[in-house]
Design a protein around this ligand. Structure first.
Ligand SMILES: [Zn+2]
Length: 69
């Protein structure tokens, strides 16, 4: 089964389609998520991750490296 991850343009968070429901970013529910993203990182410990702080990530999860705006 193909997983369809979509990225939030604001925070670059990646979210999975849940059944027939389109994914929604919990921080930016008004933002349309996009399938046009590249790269992939999983942030497990945002508090102690230099990558997370550099990207402004405060929550554990999957993130896109680049999101086409
Ligand atoms: Zn977001």
């Amino acid at each position: 089964m193909k997983t369809e991850l979509k990225a939030c343009k604001k925070c670059k968070g990646l979210y999975e389609r849940d059944g027939k429901k389109e994914p929604v970013c919990p921080d930016h529910p008004d933002e349309r998520l996009t399938a046009e993203w590249y790269g992939f990182i999983f942030i497990q410990d945002p508090v102690n991750s230099t990558v997370a702080s550099r990207m402004g990530i405060t929550r554990e999860g999957k993130y896109a490296i680049k999101v086409r705006q």
